[in-house]
Design a protein around this ligand. Structure first.
Ligand code: FES
Length: 83
């Protein structure tokens, strides 16, 4: 893939095109499973895609509550959906 970068999502490598958002990468890695888990245990999925709803929150390189829809993927980035 031209302009591919590799990051990890929940410890598994994934290659995406440069410019792909983290929210899109999470969907590619685990279709329909969502990016995080609510306090009640339900999987949540991105809703607005513009930084308002917070449903795309993930942990990126150890920093919790990052908005996946507003964050472009970067080479070597470590994304966790379980925090
Ligand atoms: S999808 Fe709503 S803030 Fe990211």
């Amino acid at each position: 893939m031209k302009d591919a970068i590799t990051l990890s999502i929940d410890g598994r490598p994934l290659s995406v095109r440069a410019g792909t958002t983290v929210a899109a990468a999470v969907e590619l890695a685990m279709p329909g499973r969502g990016g995080h888990v609510s306090p009640g245990g339900a999987r949540r999925q991105p809703l607005c895609g513009m930084g308002v709803c917070g449903e795309c929150r993930v942990t990126i390189d150890g920093e919790a509550h990052r908005l996946g829809c507003q964050t472009p993927c970067a080479a070597g980035m470590r994304v966790r959906t379980d925090a």
